[in-house]
Design a protein around this ligand. Structure first.
Ligand code: SAM
Length: 292
C-alpha cells in the first residue's frame, strides 16, 4: 500500500493513494521461509545497474533458445531486477521470478507483464504448488549458501520432461579470482560503503581498456581471461563496470568445478544434457529431467 505523508501545519495527514491492484498483488506475495540471510549489497547493485546486453542471456542458455520457453510455465531462480524475465515473458505462458533481496525492484520493473509473478524467497528452499516446465538459474547458484542444496531444490521444482538450465562461474580459468581477488575482497571491501566499491569498479574498468585493446588483441590465447575479454570489447563502459562491480560486490561466491556440475547433471537423472565452458570462466549446463 502506498502511503503519502503530507505535512499540514503541525500535523501530518495520511493520504492513502489508490491501490494499483495488480502491482499490489505481486508485491504482496512474499514467502517468509528463507534460510539464507538477506544481503543488502545485491539490492544496491540492482538499484544502480542495468544489464543492457541480451546477447549474454542467449549465450548463457546455449544450446537452448527462446523457443524452449514458448508457451511453458517458467521459473527464474534469483531473478535480480528481472532482466531475463523481460526476454522470456513475451513467449512463455507464465513466468515466476524469485529473489531473496531484489524482488521489489523486479516487481516494479515488470508491471507491464500480466503473466509474471514475482516472489521473495530463497531458491534453495522454495517449494512450488505445481512444478515448472522450465527452471533457469543464471549467475546465482554460485552465490548461494550451498550450491549443491540449491541445485537439488531446483531439480525438485521440475517434473519429468522439464528443462533445467544453469549458468555459473567455473573454478577452471578463474584462479586469479578465487586465489587472490576473493580473499582480498573479503578482507578489504566487505565493510566498505557500496558507493566506494562502485568508484573502485569504475577505476579498475578504466584501467583495463588499454590492455584489452592492445595485448589482448594479439593472438596470445594463453593470456588469462583472453576469451573473457572478447566480451569486454562487445560491451559498453557501464556494462563493463557492472561486471567488475559484480565481482567486488557479491557477498559470497563459490567457483564451481566441472566435476561438480557433472555430479549435478547425472545421466541417470537428465537426458539430452549439455555442459560447455563459456568464455573460459564459466559453465553453462542444461538438461531434461528424467523423473518426477
Ligand atoms: C549476480 S545476480 C544475478 C541476477 C539475475 N539472474 C541476472 O542474471 O541478471 C545474483 C542474484 O541472486 C540473488 N540470490 C542470491 N542468493 C539467493 C537465494 N538463495 N535465493 C534467491 N535469490 C538469491 C541475489 O539477490 C541477486 O539478485
Amino acid at each position: 500500500m502506498n502511503v503519502d505523508w503530507v505535512k499540514k501545519g503541525n500535523s501530518y495527514k495520511v493520504k492513502l493513494l489508490a491501490l494499483n491492484a495488480e502491482k499490489f498483488k505481486r508485491d504482496a506475495i512474499t514467502l517468509m521461509s528463507s534460510s539464507q540471510t538477506k544481503q543488502d549489497s545485491w539490492h544496491y547493485q540492482w538499484a544502480h545497474f542495468e544489464d543492457d546486453a541480451p546477447f549474454l542471456f542467449f549465450d548463457w542458455i546455449w544450446p537452448r533458445t527462446l523457443d524452449d520457453f514458448r508457451d511453458r510455465r517458467v521459473f527464474d531462480a534469483g531473478c535480480g531486477p528481472g532482466h531475463h524475465i523481460r526476454l522470456v515473458a513475451p513467449v512463455a505462458s507464465h513466468v515466476t521470478g524469485m529473489d531473496l533481496n531484489t524482488n521489489d525492484i523486479a516487481a516494479n520493473k515488470l508491471t507491464a507483464f500480466q503473466n509474471v509473478t514475482i516472489l521473495e524467497g530463497d531458491i534453495a528452499h522454495h517449494q512450488p504448488q505445481h512444478p515448472y516446465d522450465v527452471v533457469y538459474c543464471i549467475g546465482v547458484i554460485h552465490h548461494t549458501d550451498d550450491p549443491d542444496l540449491t541445485f537439488t531444490n531446483l531439480k525438485k521444482m521440475c517434473h519429468k520432461g522439464s528443462l533445467l538450465i544453469i549458468w555459473c562461474y567455473s573454478q577452471e580459468g578463474n584462479q586469479l579470482m578465487w586465489r587472490f581477488i576473493e580473499p582480498l575482497r573479503r578482507t578489504l571491501l566487505r565493510a566498505q560503503q557500496r558507493r566506494v566499491v562502485q568508484v573502485l569498479a569504475q577505476l579498475i574498468t578504466l584501467s583495463l581498456y588499454p590492455l584489452v585493446y592492445t595485448i589482448y588483441l594479439m593472438p596470445f590465447r594463453w593470456l588469462p581471461y583472453y576469451e573473457y575479454f572478447q566480451n569486454f570489447r562487445r560491451l559498453g563502459f557501464r556494462r563493463n563496470v557492472l561486471n567488475v562491480f559484480d565481482k567486488l560486490n557479491a557477498p559470497q561466491t563459490q567457483f564451481i568445478s566441472r566435476s561438480r556440475v557433472e555430479k549435478w547433471f547425472k545421466p541417470q537423472e537428465f537426458e539430452d544434457f549439455s555442459i560447455t565452458p563459456y568464455r573460459g570462466v564459466s559453465w553453462r549446463a542444461s538438461g531434461i529431467v528424467r523423473h518426477d
